[in-house]
Design a protein around this ligand. Sequence first.
Ligand code: TRP
Length: 369
Amino acid sequence: MTKLDPWGDVEVTDYEATMEQFGIEPIEEVVDRLPDNRLVRRGLVFGHRDLDTVLDARDDGEPFAVMTGIMPSGVFHFGHRTVVEQILLFQEMGAEVTLCAADIESYATRDVSLEEARELVVEEYLLNYVALGLDLDATDFYFQSGAGNDHHVRSKLFARHVTQNEFEATYGSADPGKLVSALTQYADILRPQSPDRVGPKPTVVPVGIDQDPHVRLTRDVAARYRDAGYVKPASTYHRFMRGLQGGKMSSSDPKSHIALTDSVADAKRKIDEAKTGGRVSVEEHRREGGNVEEDMVFELLAYHLVEHDDELDRIREEYESGEMLSGELKQIGKERLETFLRDHQRRREEARPKVEAYLDEHTAVGASN
Ligand code: TRP
């Protein structure tokens, strides 16, 4: 049995069993209705709840939304990119985009001040999101602490529709910081359906599976809070990339990830030090071939750096046959990474004036509003 604690360490070893345990549907069911996309093709996005509601709205020309949130706590690395790509995917399909910076949550559960949170949100999230293609002008971006009175009133009214038992069974605790963060997150998830956003509409929430407890309870609250007529929110789930050394990828361990702001030299060094699926000697490697399943460089290529399937297949075949050595695979990784990072970091700087202007105009933070 997998335990999903949105504030704790979640390690999923068996995605299929976890999906079954929590009633998450396989993405394959709806693949034919989605645009062709690397994340879906490579199994990076593996599951969903109720995505049909969103796809039906798209087919019928009705409004639908994509909404997700980020807790400002550390650097933005490749493991975070998947969520941005999903936002872009749904945006291209015609979704209204809502993006929340969870500064109340990071204050209440992580000891991050609102000022630190704002700084992290700009440097680590917004600049990277815009550099990756998010259209801020077409996005309802907000900080929880500046979300406005109606938002926070809703989050409090939701309290009536969850019991302490459900809360403890779902989160394993009813600590006040968690309680406040959870209720705020339900309001976040339902925000695209609020009266000032012209009411109920199908909404998809792309998240890591650790956030599924919030999705489940929001769906219950949405059904119980009858007056509003909410559509139960849908969700999609992506796999966690493994760390470069094997094991978990974590924001707080620089060796485990490549940040999108890492220098090219640092990034290359991390590739050099990454865990590979190569054999102990060249002779053995030529004979047995490399193991792509256990190769973190291959994982990075497959998840992020090789777009075309035939090219990835060629790399896999050469590696598995023993023709390509780990050092050669790493070389491909380093070259791709260098191109990606140089391009990305240039876009980041181009995005800066835009992000700053947007924040000045649109968002408030803190307890004064
Ligand atoms: N709890 C999320 C995290 O830890 C952040 C978050 C806040 C969120 N509100 C949300 C995620 C709404 C999805 C939808 O990263």
